[in-house]
Write a protein that binds this ligand. Structure first.
Ligand code: ZN
Length: 142
């Protein structure tokens, strides 16, 4: 590989390791954004209902959603300390299994295990039935 005189380090190809590090960092940012989004919307609901503290938040998280549960917990703990409403709030995550529907044979199957190809009839004509959702299921207040 050749580097001409004008090229700075920013033009050099990224190593795989650097790429992975960056992916991980962006992923964590993503979870933090999700946590902020949840807390913002719950703060609004709490204000409207004169709630002063939330003790528990239950989230439904699809198995193939882009949110990583362990990052979500880390971000939650960090963000909860900074907001009065969430000081005592426990985060509970319920996983929703991913299921895919096959147009070819009408069966549903486990997405994580089999991917986009139907294990029954080998048709690629399939779509995700459930498993990429992300919902606030319930909250407990005090
Ligand atoms: Zn099928």
């Amino acid at each position: 590989m050749q580097f001409s005189g004008r090229k700075g380090p920013e033009d050099w190809p990224e190593s795989e390791l650097e790429k992975k590090r960056k992916d991980r960092r962006e992923s964590r940012m993503h979870e933090l954004g999700v946590v902020f989004h949840i807390m913002d919307s719950l703060e609004k609901v709490a204000a409207e209902n004169e709630v002063t503290g939330i003790s528990r938040v239950v989230l439904e998280l699809g198995e193939v959603s882009t949110v990583i549960e362990s990052y979500l917990h880390n971000c939650w703990q960090w963000a909860a300390k900074k907001r009065e409403l969430f000081e005592e709030a426990e985060l509970v995550v319920e996983t929703i299994p991913a299921r895919t529907y096959c147009e070819g044979c009408g069966q549903t199957y486990a997405t994580v295990e089999h991917g986009k190809i139907c294990p029954c009839c080998h048709s690629p004509d399939t779509w995700l039935l459930q498993g990429n959702e992300f919902n606030i299921k319930e909250i407990e207040v005090y």
